[in-house]
Design a protein around this ligand. Sequence first.
Ligand code: PLP
Length: 421
Amino acid sequence: MTPEGLQAAVQMDAADELAPFRSQFVSHDPDLLYMDGNSLGRMPRATAQRLQQAIDHEWAQGLVRSWNNGWYEAPQKLGDKIGRLIGAGPGQVVVCDSTSVNLFKLAVAALSLRPGRQRILTDAFNFPSDLYVLQGCIDLLGGRHSLQVFPSQDGIVIDEDALLDAIDEDTALVTLSHVAFKSGFRNNAQRITQRAHAAGALVLWDLSHSAGAVPVDLDGWGVDFAVGCTYKYLNGGPGSPAYLYVRRDLQTAVRSPIWGWFGQHSPFAFEHDYRPVEDVRRFLAGTPPILSLLAIEPGVDLLLEAGIDRIFRKAVSLTSFFIELFDRDLSSLGFTLGSPRSPDQRGAHISLRHPQGYQINRALIEEMNVIPDFREPDNIRLGLAPLYTSYQDVWETVQRLKRVVVEKRFEKFSPERQAVT
Ligand SMILES: *Cc1c(COP(=O)(O)O)cnc(C)c1O
């Protein structure tokens, strides 16, 4: 036991301005330590009411009339609201499709603006789906481009100066995760964007692991394109549609590779020839999944109410507290820290590495009522979503982690992987 750590946790919770937000989320089990808000955020209480309204009134009673009572504009209206979380002025963000599909649309669009350049620069920390999509783009465009995957020496950080040096006059596009899904490393998006632009390249940021957790200022940083998902820190629900950002002055210069009727100038004119609408909606393809889309808004409202600066301050202090407890209680048990020590280089999740990481992760879930997730080869990933994670949650999670190892509870779990880890 480390009662002094617990005491500190109790004090920090008492002083936490964001503590009241915890009760805005549904929780059925007070003993459950949910440390996976960076994979699937908790459900806001208001979401159930919003969906009930959508089902009973908008769908059941309004039927097709509801398209003219808010549904048709929803991808853009909600996009503008998400824009407030990521520093994007109105008219530059739409909600649609999945992050992977949006990345595809924007990567193809971006490459079309730099026809003479051949290189796409990304890093080894990017989400594998992003790498697959980029490989697919290259294949689709005839194999004229090459993908440079910038390596990491330690698996925890990327050498930023060396990455900047890799951007040159053959680089068409620099596309990275703002916060890396595994180590939690946070790129200096502003500096990388500036350097890319100085070399004449475009940037496409994936905000899936940063939006709703850390400050993002797309307009201020001069970003060209961005994508992100809504089911992590935005708490939009499983498979909720993603969003994309296209800077205003680029919107008519680029086209989506998917010419669908929702991106058409006037979809209900049913013209035979495609004429894209003159704004970011040209990146919409088909009919949006309205119920899933409407479910996103209550979570975004909570984040806006809390304010991203306060959210980020708490993310820094939660992750710092976790690392403090790690140093004291876990580093002697075979764990190593898989995340950056500097808060300037982190998002809101922490990875712990351990040779028996997979089995420990299983034991936490099956026996200890803790839900982190596991990322190959040995990362136990703990998401500390600031709106509903307390300092006492962090303290208690460390105690349970300790017990799993000290009491060898992980040994009864097979290292064989389940389908979803
Ligand atoms: C979660 C995540 C995705 C998810 O992509 P989907 O197409 O929505 O499944 C993509 N990129 C990053 C960086 C992510 O963290």
